[in-house]
Design a protein around this ligand. Structure first.
Ligand code: C2E
Ligand code: CA
Ligand code: CA
Length: 738
């Protein structure tokens, strides 16, 4: 057999010496069935010394149809039955044929019927139905006739058997390939190869597998046993030259060095090629002589398995990827969870996990560009890694969040926050960076996931407190997070059951005293009658994104309400609707608003959207473009809660809007605090500077209303004028205040 070392697979047949092979294997088994002993003798005589397709014949005898079935049931691999038609009964032969095909399900066995007279021949359709190979009259039992008949029967038996073996083998190869894709590494892979290969050949798994040891960089030429089974299990991890069985060691060595496979009489050594240099070999031994295995099948097996081996490398790489963040070169979230699990398993005394999140990263990223953002993340990763020793595990979670795991005394709030006290030098410019911090102790956590979840809860708290904040997880915080989860669950259910409703609070123009519009506000009344305040459920709806669905229900509802109010004669009434930043950031928001207006038949000028300055944090430019678009259609924009939260005159100067709402907290404080009054006056002045109308909310008495008027405030809203009310009450209220 010609071969070169580059070939994917080369088989070398060893000489099969006849004494190695048991007689049964080299023979064709022929069953003679006849009630006439003379026929047995005549047949034996005619076939004595005959070889067909390189094998001698082994003749077996039965003297009735029943006896024939018993023999066939017991003995495997009978190739041909020479069957008499008339025996214990006239149709005993045909009955036997039916039983062979239908009961014993021996479909490959070739059947030659023999009849006393030509008239006893079966019908053509019987021959076809029961796959009767041939029929002959006994007078045709000459040596040469019998020889040609048997040869063609044996040839077709052999082909059928090989087809069967191929099909079984292919099924196994396909199953094996599927199995291997799921394997976890070369070791279990190699074990799998032994099992699969053994089952392909039909022997018990005995033998071992070897691979070029790439673990040992000093001796890349050294081969080691990476999996072993059966009585060779003890060879696992041994070097090839340590194997006490010279034959095995040599077979494997040859296969590995010369990149070829060999098939012996009682063993097979296969070489699996992963690439030009690398591969591994499997040695399989069998106590029984190995039956002739289809070489083609083994080839398919090796190629498939080698492909699987390549996949294993790929999978390992993917697994590495699954644990490392390529961008900043730190372990990722998965790796962190594993590390936390490991630390917990080792006791984890006084250890914590700390999560840090860069403040306003998205906004800065937008403002200064993505290359800056990437540089900042890399710089943060480097600073964290450089400033802690190896006892601290540093990982990057998603986006701009990082994690530290280690002893609590290294990872306290002050130490971590101090890391961000001095600015980052990026492109030779100093960039001050602040972070929010959530710390959770590992003590008491059942696993890494839990610890991480606690740290997230703390981080979320810190972020809610504002920039540069730190929160350490406590059981109380955990409790309130659980309540939060429960509340969200209830809110979802309430929303689905349509248990949310809308109320409207009138807004009054201070100069004319006229009602100019109303603000729509959500209400959630539980089944027991209790109202859940919007200040509790709205933030939860926002964090979970549920506010988007709620908003999709609410806006059309409000506009339909407005349409009915118009029909009742309040044509100029304007509706103000609160819109969260997450709603604004939906790409479909603009279309959604326009469709809602069109469907309700309401003019865009009568819709006002109340937003907060925080919408600018997620990207100012996109927001400016959106607001410009909305306003160009006539829709009004009001800046809500001005003075609380992320106020920045920078944003205020760039955001396009129509009204500035002075938050009720300032207005409420006017009564008691001079400072509160000064703030309100300043905001009112700011409004006139910017040439926008200011609207004060939370006006609870006449006097405040008057002072606001004096400050130059345009409109008011508050309990002094009206509480929020449902549509029907508003209609009545409006009728009174026309
Ligand atoms: P907001 O937008 O600042 O709404 C004004 C809040 O002030 C309302 O509280 C209103 O009932 C209350 N208020 C009005 N007049 C007075 C007064 O004279 N004194 C006092 N003490 N309070 C007054 P409410 O309805 O509890 O809503 C709270 C917050 O929930 C709202 O504050 C708003 O941020 C949010 N919210 C309510 N409805 C929605 C909504 O449909 N969508 C969104 N995104 N947020 C909403
Ligand atoms: Ca509002
Ligand atoms: Ca407000």
């Amino acid at each position: 057999m010609a071969h070169s070392a580059d070939d994917d697979l080369i088989f070398i047949e060893e000489d099969r010496s006849p004494d190695n092979i048991a007689d049964v294997d080299a023979c064709w088994r022929i069953l003679i069935v006849d009630d006439d002993r003379d026929v047995h003798e005549a047949t034996e005589f005619a076939l004595s010394g005959v070889e067909i397709l390189g094998r001698r014949l082994h003749l077996m005898h039965a003297y009735s149809g029943r006896e024939a079935l018993t023999v066939l049931e017991r003995e495997p691999d009978i190739a041909v039955a020479l069957l008499d038609v008339v025996m214990e009964s006239d149709d005993a032969g045909l009955k036997t044929v039916v039983a062979i095909r239908q009961d014993l399900m021996l479909l490959n066995l070739r059947i030659i019927l023999r009849t006393g007279q030509p008239g006893q021949a079966p019908e053509a359709d019987t021959i076809a139905r029961y796959d009767i190979n041939d029929y002959k009259t006994k007078s045709e039992l000459t040596h040469s006739r019998l020889y040609t008949t048997l040869t063609s029967a044996i040839r077709s038996y052999n082909q059928l058997q090989r087809l069967d073996a191929s099909r079984r083998g292919l099924e196994k190869i396909v199953a094996a390939s599927n199995q291997f894709i799921a394997e976890k590494g070369l070791h279990s892979f190699a074990e799998g190869v032994i099992t699969q290969l053994a089952s392909l050949i039909g022997i018990a798994p005995e033998g071992l597998v070897c691979a070029a040891s790439s673990d040992d960089e000093d001796h890349p030429e050294q081969f080691r046993v990476i999996a072993a089974a059966g009585r060779y299990s003890h060879l696992i991890q041994q070097r090839l030259e340590e194997i006490d069985n010279l034959h095995i060691a040599q077979s494997l060595n040859q296969a590995l060095r010369n990149h070829y496979s060999t098939v012996g009489s009682r063993d097979i050594t296969l070489y699996f090629r992963k690439n030009a240099e690398e591969g591994f070999a499997a040695y399989i031994e069998s106590a029984e002589p190995i039956r002739e295995v289809d070489q083609h099948l083994l080839e398919i097996f090796c190629t498939n398995i080698a492909l699987c081996a390549k996949n294993i490398d790929l999978v390992n790489e993917l697994r590495r990827d699954a644990l490392v963040d390529r961008q900043v070169g730190l372990p990722n979230r998965n790796a962190l969870v594993l590390e936390l699990d490991r630390r917990l398993a080792e006791g984890a005394h006084n250890e914590v996990v700390a999560l840090l999140d860069i403040d306003q990263f998205a906004a800065t990223n937008d403002m200064l560009g993505h290359p800056y953002g990437d540089a900042l993340l890399t710089a943060t990763a480097q600073r964290l890694r450089a400033l802690f020793d190896n006892s601290v595990f540093v990982a990057r979670l998603a986006g701009d969040a990082f994690a530290l795991a280690g002893q609590g005394r290294f990872l306290d709030t002050a130490t971590i926050q101090r890391l961000f006290a001095h600015p980052f030098l990026i492109d030779e410019i100093d960039h001050p960076v602040s972070v929010c911090l959530g710390i959770a102790p590992l003590d008491g956590c059942s696993n890494g996931q839990d610890a991480l979840k606690n740290a997230y809860v703390a981080l979320r708290r810190a972020k809610a407190l504002g920039i540069g904040q730190s929160v350490t997880f406590s059981p109380e915080i955990g409790q309130s997070a659980r309540e939060h989860t429960l509340l969200l669950r209830d809110l979802r259910i309430a929303f689905e059951r349509r248990e949310l409703s809308i109320v409207y609070q009138p807004q009054i123009d201070l100069a004319s005293g006229k009602v100019i519009g109303a603000e729509a506000l959500l209400r959630w009344q539980r089944a027991d009658g209790e109202f859940v305040p919007p200040d509790r459920f709205i933030p939860i709806a926002e964090q979970s994104g549920l506010i988007v669905s709620i908003g999709r229900w609410m806006l059309p509802e409000v506009l339909r309400s407005l349409k009915r109010l118009q029909a009742a004669g309040h044509e100029q009434l304007r509706m103000a609707v609160n819109i969260s930043s997450i709603q604004l950031r939906q790409p479909s928001f603009l279309d959604f608003v326009n469709n809602s207006l069109a469907e309700a038949g309401v003019a865009p000028e009568l819709l006002e959207l109340e937003i907060t300055e925080s919408v600018a944090l997620e990207g100012l430019d996109a927001m400016v473009a959106l607001l410009d678009k909305l306003r160009s259609q006539g829709i009004r924009i009001a800046i809500d809660d001005f003075g609380t939260g992320y106020s920045s005159l920078n944003y205020l100067a760039r955001l396009p809007f129509d009204h500035l709402k002075i938050d009720r907290s300032f207005v409420l404080s006017m009564d008691t605090s001079e400072r509160g009054a000064r703030i309100v006056r300043t905001i009112a002045r700011l409004g006139s500077e910017l040439e926008v109308k200011t609207v004060a909310e939370g006006v609870e008495n006449q006097e405040i209303g008057q002072r606001l008027h004096a400050f130059g405030c345009g409109a008011v809203q508050g309990y002094h004028y009206a509480h929020p009310m449902d549509e029907a009450s508003l209609l009545l209220w409006l009728a009174e205040h026309r």
